[in-house]
Write a protein that binds this ligand. Structure first.
Ligand code: HOZ
Length: 425
């Protein structure tokens, strides 16, 4: 038994499934998850001492790579001054000011501790602001594990949803309408039928929780237009895309101004931090200014704020996104070329520092299309890459991430390993 297997077996006695978040359990790909002992730059080492080039990056936050020296030092300095106060600190203002400066759609922002908290709070705020209950989400988009968002499509087109998790009241799910991603006409039909009751539309502007699905520009544009027309709040869930796909996040890249946005991952620099913000008239509805309650003992935690600040400052360096985008593109282009040369049905694409690989002839554009990709082929590829020392997301339905710490040589080594795997069939 390997040390990873030993730890996994031990963990299962006291932690459900042996993990503190289900996707870590390797259920989708099979086998024992790797327990990590340390990370440095683009690399992680597991409990057996094996080294991997990491394309998960803690599911997106680590845009500077593991244990970035400036981030670690800043967090250590903050820790020495106190771990938490449950009272305001100057760093929170600095982070809020930086966020509203970098994201022009946000006049005000509130800090929370996770992406789930950010989306949950944004939904409540949209409901409180509009006085309406219904929300629209898209199949395959994941917005954390809030009750209103763990909902799958109803039985008929344009009917409200059913819980996708036990424990979510059906009564609550009935306020969530689940539509197809990239289907602008479906959205128009939904607004034509339910426009008066829709509080908000929440979307991952680049979907990253069903692998990577790029938005059709007309889909995002229709969403903006319909929300404005019907008085609904448009929420861009940028937990994954925020400061990951470009300096202005997805809203900057696609030129769409949402009413509210949610952030997590990169804004916390690897520490637990989320944020939601947007139009001043909406944000002023939050307690203590307004009637929408939202709170948190550790919100704006000084260590998380310190990590977020140093990260946001470092990624503002000239040429940062150009380099990250070029490197990520080199990875997907290299993988695609290798697959083509070896006759493997495969495609790949990237947006900024985020990428998707698909065992499908062309990149999927919807949940149905990604579900039709060859999952078994992905699983074989995943394990072969893992054996070769490359850590990809352990699921065919997750996006991948490149960091500033990945070198051109790391990318070339990854492509060479994939080529050898494709060649071996
Ligand atoms: N967005 C990631 C999964 N789809 C987060 C990782 C997690 O849930 O553990």
């Amino acid at each position: 038994m390997t040390r990873n297997e030993e730890l996994f077996s031990r963990a299962q006695n006291t932690i459900p499934g042996g993990v503190n978040s289900p996707v870590r359990a390797f259920r989708s790909v099979g086998g024992a998850p790797r327990f990590f002992a340390r990370g440095q730059g683009a690399r992680v080492w597991d409990a057996d001492g094996k080294c991997y080039i990491d394309y998960v990056g803690s599911w997106g936050p680590l845009i500077l790579g593991h244990a970035d020296a400036d981030t670690v030092r800043t967090v250590q300095e903050a820790a020495a001054k106190g771990l938490s106060f449950g009272a305001p600190t100057e760093g929170e203002i600095e982070l809020a000011e930086l966020l509203v400066q970098r994201v022009p759609s946000m006049d005000m922002v509130r800090l929370v501790s996770s992406g789930t908290e950010a989306t949950m709070s944004a939904i409540r705020l949209a409901r409180g602001f509009t006085g309406r209950d219904a929300i629209v989400k898209f199949e395959g988009c994941y917005h954390g594990h809030g009750d209103s968002l763990l909902v799958k499509a109803g039985s008929g087109l344009l009917t409200f949803g059913n819980p996708s998790s036990a424990g979510v009241p059906a009564d609550l799910a009935q306020h969530t309408l689940v539509l197809d991603y990239n289907d602008a006409q479906g959205l128009r039909d939904a607004f034509a039928k339910h426009g008066q009751t829709i509080a908000c539309v929440i979307v991952e502007p680049v979907a990253g929780n069903m692998n990577l699905i790029a938005p059709k520009p007309e889909f995002l544009a229709a969403m903006r237009e319909l929300c404005t027309q019907h008085g609904a709040v448009l929420i861009f869930d940028e937990v994954m895309t925020g400061f990951r796909v470009g300096p202005g996040s997805a809203q900057g890249l696609y030129g769409i101004t949402p009413d509210l946005s949610t952030f997590g991952k990169v804004v916390g620099g690897g520490m637990p931090l989320g944020a939601f913000g947007g139009r001043r008239d909406i944000m002023q509805k939050i307690a203590p200014l307004g009637p929408v309650y939202q709170a948190g003992t550790l919100s704006g935690n000084p260590l998380s704020v310190a990590a977020g600040l140093v990260t946001l400052k470092k990624i503002a360096a000239p040429g940062f996104y150009e380099a990250l985008t070029a490197k990520t593109r080199a990875l997907v282009d290299g993988l695609s070329a290798a697959a083509k040369k070896r006759g493997v049905k495969f495609s790949a694409q990237s947006v900024g520092g985020m990428f998707g690989v698909y065992f499908a002839a062309t990149p999927p554009t919807s949940y149905a299309e990604i579900m039709a990709a060859d999952k078994e082929a992905f699983n074989r590829f995943f394990h072969a890459m893992l054996d070769a020392g490359f850590y990809l997301a352990p699921s065919a339905f997750e996006a991948g991430f490149v960091s500033a710490a990945h070198t051109d040589a790391d990318i070339a080594a990854t492509v060479a390993a994939a080529d050898a795997i494709f060649a071996a069939g």
